[in-house]
Ligand binder design. Sequence first.
Ligand code: TPP
Length: 605
Amino acid sequence: MSPSIKDNFGSEYYNSLPLFGDCLGELLAFFGVKRAYGVGGDFVANLINSLEGHLDVLPSSNEMHAGFSACAQAELNPLGLCLTTYTVGSLPCATAAALARTEGLPVVFISGAPGEAEVNSHALHHSVHPHTAWHTDLDAALNSFRALGVRAERLQGQRHSGQPNIAAEQCLELLSYAYLNRQPVFIEIPRDLINQPTQSLSLPQCPEQIAMNQPLSLSGAELIAKDIESKLKQANKPLVFLGEKLRLNSPLLAKIISFCHQHHLPYATSWFGKGMLDESETLCLGSYNGAFSELEGKHYIESQADYILELGTAIFPSDTNNAFSSQTHAIDTHGHKTMLRGTARWERDIEAVIDLLLQKLPIGEAIENTQEKGREEEHKEKVSSPLESVTLGYHNLADTINQAQRQLTNPYIFVPEVGSSLFASFELETQASDIGRSYLANPWYAAMGTALPYARAIADQLADANSLQPILVMIGDGGFNFQANELINLQKQAANVTILYMRNNIFHLGKAGDAPIYSCNDQGFDPRLLIQAYGGQGHLCETTEQLTHCLIETAHKGGLHLIEVPTSVEAGHQSETTKKLNTYIGFRNGDPQATQKWNELCGTN
Ligand SMILES: Cc1ncc(C[n+]2csc(CCOP(=O)(O)OP(=O)(O)O)c2C)c(N)n1
């Protein structure tokens, strides 16, 4: 007869074993997970009951939204968590998993699964194969996630009567993988594992220790730091350019910014890094993207900077973030710079160099810089000059919002939706944030449909931090219809969200003809009435002045608001970025007018 665990290791060890469900709750809490977003179902019911004692298990309006909310959660925390049932629940998360993989977000997708004891006895509900077939395929979801390049595993139950299962350790390995590599993982958990004993784990004190335990296997930091030190000392107009990799490494970002302040080094970021910096800081020059950006510090970046220290940028340039390969990106083409992109996990290689620089360059050793003073004056001016009231559109949206924001007690967290709104949002001034980020989008993957699920996770994070910062969602009417069912959760949360509903009645961005596929809205649809059904208030704004007042009023009142903005599709009413992009596309297509305009824009006429 096979021995039991008790026979094999003794009753004291046996009695010390946790049940897997509890162990998973503790593991998630160890990684700082306070909430799960998901939809329930039969195969995940045991898991929900176990996790409830450890974290908030929250409802989403569907699984794709749960996945998107978990993506936003992973932008702000060590891990995001999405919880679903087997296949019918997990497969709709594939698009969120692809987003997480592309944006480098550590999202844990957990799915319930048939119990090990149930498998092979009969055809199972929800499994992806015809119910009349001989062959049963139980791995459809695992294989789908794997096809996206996501690490995907089903947890293993007990394999010998004398040995507890390895599910907890397997889970720790997967969560650590997600955390260390900033990548999503998919975990299927057979429902009969939840109440089984599992090996007890010995955890480090905090997740950061897991990262710190990874040795930095690169040498040469000393040599690189020495080289940077001498270049910085020789520079008259230095610039530190902070890449989007630092977005998910807030301790390192904070260290670099304090280094910049110690030595009065102006700094800027890319479009993909937008929201990680307080752009109202005097040394911050904003988020730069060549000819496509309009920012105060542009002259310094393009015409004055004589040495650039580029930290944490992507190895492979991506079109959107690198001025659409227009060769107008002064950082990309600068002749005198050091690129330290961060190839080691958690950018330990950048950190090693920064630590050495902090030691080498004594505090207060200022590098000549006249930039800061000038910017202080500009900041003062900005507050006191109200905009003239004109018809509202994408062309003056960012300016109007910036103007309103300067009059708010708490600055916005911006959530621009993909579409014309995203392109209008790069000129927004992002300020300091209680949750570390003041702008959240998925600009590289650029999936429409994420703004409200993101707003939802951001609202939870703000509530957790007792923050009164308002959220501003900017969204086209097409984008809104992708996700309006998520409003129910914003209502339940009593979230402080204002939705800027940009109404042009079509899917405008990227529209290439008049096929009915582009008509996303009905003239008779009344979004202001809809928001009332969700306990919110609707507003209509047609001029810049109306919007300024309305934004100030909604932020002051709090709660859920929708501001409808009738938006023209005329070229002159598009944002500067969209106009420039259209000009650039025309130039690439050989259009003479566009070519002349593009050359004017680049100053090459
Ligand atoms: C999931 C998804 N489907 C399609 C697209 C392609 N796409 C990008 S912008 C856009 C149109 C956006 O229209 P709308 O939300 O109405 O905003 P507008 O540009 O008209 O202001 C589409 C279909 C996408 N990025 N993501």
